[in-house]
Each structure stands twice: as structure tokens, then as C-alpha cells.
Design a protein around this ligand. Structure first.
Ligand code: 5AD
Ligand code: SF4
Length: 473
């Protein structure tokens, strides 16, 4: 790219003399294709927001680069949920400094949950003077104007809005996946679980309208998407902000009226808000996947209460029983945390026993991480690191055992309809498909099958991976 530009400039000097060079450089700078590279941390919500950032980049004339080395603009879309996400970010922003030194025209931006925290933008720009742009989650829609500013004058742009803005339906998404698509239904969270930073960095709950969501889903199905995942920090409180009642069920019923073959998923649920009627909606349409992610966090009532989760162990277990009564083949998954302040050995034993009772298909397991400004951060009895480490090992080992025995019972030698989604990165002769339960299964198959449905008999079922073969039915 640079060799090429040098050649053109030399040719201009030879042909027109140095006088025209300035004009030509301006013209060349404006017409030269620019490349972006987005590095995304964290959850599906962030991954989807990076699709919006990519849309904005492209609307401003940028193309995707294959690596940070080839990019004119590197944007970090950050996560703040746990300390290790932040540490990773700091390491990677630090590492990009050498690229900027080699190529001073390179622009570097940082946005997302981490920058939305109070004081984070200031410490970031102080620590990394080579960062050109910082903005937060609330002003993501203004990213295009920040790009314009950076391209039109010297200097940095640092702007973090304190409050969330109204939902903007005007900016689209640039999706690279052709089979599966995320669709946001609500933003923000009102729950203030005492360990969680999300309500502070993503603001209060705001729901999109049913027609807006439906329109987007319809558009995606019309353009060939086969798997739609509805996203929200708590999809079960969809519509509460506009006074709706059980609006999430209403939304599911509307989606059910759409024609065509697709898979519908949603995440994430809150045990205190997931209603029977939502589960009944899932059961009523074969295109709605029998997969429910229901984060429990802890099996101890004392811990759940201090976490401000607003349900008890017994409430949770009865919710699970309700789900299994309506959807006997449901794949139930969860999030569990160890080492919350004040967690005793008995509390932890309650988490282990709940995992045994629920037999989750899979679980994300976390070590509690102190988040500045949250209620739990100020709690006195923080659990020592070595205790947390020891507990997470025990929880992971138990859950692994459960997941492999559940996988054998649920999948081994059984046939499932799957949606083929991608080439298997480990073996070019194979492709991967997703079962209704949300598990990836690898089969020998031609990439032309990607985006179609087929039947697969599972021949090997492990805790984390499934292998199978294509069958007729
Ligand atoms: N420390 C550890 N895990 C956390 N989570 C949220 N906040 C924290 C924290 N401070 C976990 C919860 C949540 C998941 C998305 O991340 O389990 O469900
Ligand atoms: Fe965080 Fe709780 Fe809201 Fe989930 S429901 S985003 S854990 S505050």
C-alpha cells in the first residue's frame, strides 16, 4: 500500500513538477481507501455493537482491514464486567503503541463499557497519550461525527455522555455472518445486582418497540438469515419501561406469526422475571429453540440476598421445574459465581448442590471480581484470592462431570435437526451446525450446506464438543 503511494507521488513530480504535489496529495488523501479494525471484548451485546460501529465506519468510507497492522483506525470496544477484561484491554492498548510509533497516521480509539465508568476516560488518556478517541456506551451513535472531527482537524476527541440517549433506530449494522444475526430488544438494566457494573455503564432499561424489532427480524429473514438471537441484559423485562405487561411474550407471539423456517433464541433471562407464558410461547412454535439460559449466580439464599438477586434457591428450583414441565427436552444453561463477599464454605456447598440438582447442560463459571462503585465492592468480608481459586476449581470440575454425563444422555446416538453455520476451523472437510439446544456439532460435509438445515446423528458427545454424521432424517 505504502510502496504504491510512493510510486504515484514520484510519478506526479516527474510529470507536473512539485507545485501540483500539494493538491495531488490532498486529492490522494481524500480518495485513498481507509481501513478499520475493531477489537471487541466481552458479551454478545458488545459483539453486536461492534457491528454498529462497523456500519458507521463503512458509511464514512472505511473498509475492513484484516489486522491492526493493516488498519488506518483501530477501535477497541471494551468490557468492564470483570477486572481481567480490563487488564487484557490495557495490555493490548499498550501493545498498539509500537504500531503508532511506526505509523503516526494510525488512529486509535477506545469505547464501550470500560470507558463509560466514571473517571475511566481521564485515566485512559493520561496513561495512553497516543489514544486519539474515547467515547462511552451512551454516545456510540455519535461515533460518525467523531470520525469526521478526527479526519478534519488535529487533536484528540474525548467525549463520554453521563446519561443514556433515546433509542436511535436510524443506524444499521454491518453483519459479516450470513446465517445468524443478533437483534437487540432492550438496552440497559434496572436490577443493580450488588456485584454488577452493568447498570452503571449501560444505564436504565429502554425497550425498542414491537414494530421496530419485528421489522428488523422480518428484514433479516427476508435477506436469508436463519438464526435470530434476541438480545437484552434481561429480555424478560422487555417493555416494562413503557408500562407493558408480559410484553416479551407478546413479542414472541408476533414473531411466531412470521412465516419461513428459522431458529429463534434469546438471552439473557432473569430468574425473578421469566414467566410461564414465555416458556409456553417457546413450546408453541417449533422454530423457537428449547434452550434457556437462566443465570443462578449462587445456590445459597444468604448470598443471593446479598447479591440483590430477588429470588431464593427454592424460587430458582421451582422455576427450573416449571421450565422442564413445559419443555422436557430443554437445554438449561447458567452463570455461577464463586467468592462473593461473605461466601462461606456452606454457601459454596449450596452452589455445588444446586448445580447437581439442576444438571445444567453447560455453565459459565466466574470468580467474583470487585467492581468500583458497586455495593458489593464496599462489603467488608471479601473472600481471599486463594479461597476463590480453590472454589472455582471445584465448581469447574463438578460442572464438567455433569456436562459430560448430560451430553451423553441428551445427545449420544440421537438425531437432531441442525442449522449448518460455518466451516469447522479445525478440519476443512468438516462443517459445524447448531442444534436447537444451542450446541455446536461437527460433521463431514460440504461448505455449500452452510445456511441450510439438515439432520445429524451424534456419534461422539463430550462436555464441550459434539461430533456427528449427516443422516436422511
Ligand atoms: N464478578 C464476577 N462475575 C461477574 N458477573 C457479573 N459481574 C461480575 C463480577 N463483578 C457475571 C455474572 C453474570 C455474567 C454475565 O457475568 O455471572 O451473569
Ligand atoms: Fe448485571 Fe444483574 Fe443486570 Fe444481569 S441483571 S446485567 S447481573 S445487574
Amino acid at each position: 500500500m505504502h510502496g504504491f503511494s510512493f510510486f504515484i507521488i514520484k510519478a506526479v513530480i516527474l510529470q507536473y513538477g512539485t507545485k501540483s504535489l500539494d493538491n495531488f496529495c490532498n486529492l490522494y488523501y481524500n480518495s485513498k481507501m481507509k481501513y478499520y479494525y475493531i477489537i471487541t471484548y466481552g458479551c454478545q451485546m458488545n459483539a453486536h455493537e461492534s457491528e454498529k460501529l462497523a456500519r458507521i465506519f463503512r458509511d464514512k468510507g472505511y473498509e475492513a482491514a484484516e489486522s491492526a497492522e493493516q488498519a488506518d483506525f483501530v477501535l477497541f470496544n471494551t468490557c468492564a464486567i470483570r477486572e481481567n477484561a480490563e487488564q487484557k484491554l490495557f495490555g493490548n492498548v499498550g501493545a498498539i503503541k509500537s504500531l503508532k510509533r511506526k505509523r503516526p497516521s494510525l488512529r486509535i480509539g477506545v469505547c464501550g463499557c470500560m470507558t463509560q465508568q466514571q473517571g475511566a476516560a481521564d485515566s485512559l488518556i493520561e496513561r495512553y497519550p497516543f489514544v486519539d478517541l474515547v467515547f462511552g456506551t451512551h454516545n456510540i451513535d455519535a461515533f460518525g461525527s467523531y470520525l469526521d472531527l478526527l479526519n478534519s482537524r488535529k487533536g484528540r476527541v474525548i467525549e463520554v455522555w453521563e446519561r443514556e440517549a433515546a433509542i436511535n433506530e436510524d443506524i444499521g449494522y454491518y453483519r459479516t455472518d450470513r446465517v445468524q444475526a443478533y437483534v437487540n430488544i432492550n438496552y440497559g438494566c434496572n436490577n443493580f445486582c450488588s456485584y454488577c457494573i452493568v447498570p452503571y455503564v449501560r444505564g436504565r432499561e429502554r425497550s425498542r418497540s414491537i414494530p421496530a424489532v419485528l421489522g428488523e427480524v422480518e428484514g433479516l429473514l427476508a435477506s436469508g438469515y436463519k438464526e435470530i438471537t434476541l438480545l437484552g441484559q434481561n429480555v424478560n423485562s422487555y417493555g416494562n419501561d413503557w408500562g407493558g405487561k408480559d410484553s416479551f411474550s407478546a413479542l414472541l407471539k408476533e414473531i411466531s406469526r412470521l412465516t419461513g423456517k428459522f431458529q429463534l433464541r434469546f438471552m439473557t433471562n432473569h430468574p425473578k422475571d421469566l414467566t410461564r407464558s414465555v416458556v409456553e410461547c417457546v413450546a408453541s412454535d417449533s422454530r423457537f429453540c428449547h434452550a434457556i439460559h437462566l443465570p443462578v449466580q449462587s445456590g445459597s439464599n444468604a448470598v443471593l440476598s446479598r447479591m440483590n438477586r430477588k429470588y431464593t434457591r427454592e424460587d430458582y428450583l421451582s422455576r427450573v421445574a416449571m421450565i422442564r414441565e413445559i419443555l422436557p427436552d430443554v437445554a438449561l444453561t447458567t452463570d455461577m459465581m464463586v467468592g462473593f463477599p461473605g461466601e462461606t464454605e456452606e454457601d459454596f456447598a449450596d452452589t455445588l448442590s444446586l448445580a447437581e440438582l439442576c444438571r445444567f447442560h453447560s455453565a459459565f463459571t466466574f470468580v467474583y471480581s470487585r467492581r468500583r462503585g458497586t455495593v458489593a465492592d464496599a462489603m467488608q468480608d471479601q473472600v481471599p484470592e486463594e479461597v476463590k481459586t480453590e472454589r472455582i476449581k471445584r465448581l469447574v470440575a463438578l460442572q464438567k462431570e455433569i456436562a459430560s454425563s448430560v451430553a451423553k444422555e441428551y445427545y449420544q446416538n440421537k438425531t437432531f435437526e441442525v442449522l449448518f453455520e460455518a466451516a469447522d476451523t479445525r478440519d476443512p472437510s468438516r462443517i459445524t451446525g447448531r442444534t436447537g439446544a444451542g450446541r455446536l456439532v461437527s460433521v463431514k460435509g460440504d461448505p455449500s450446506l452452510i445456511g441450510t438445515f439438515g439432520h445429524v446423528k451424534v456419534t461422539k458427545a463430550g462436555a464441550n464438543s459434539l461430533f456427528g454424521e449427516l443422516t436422511e432424517v
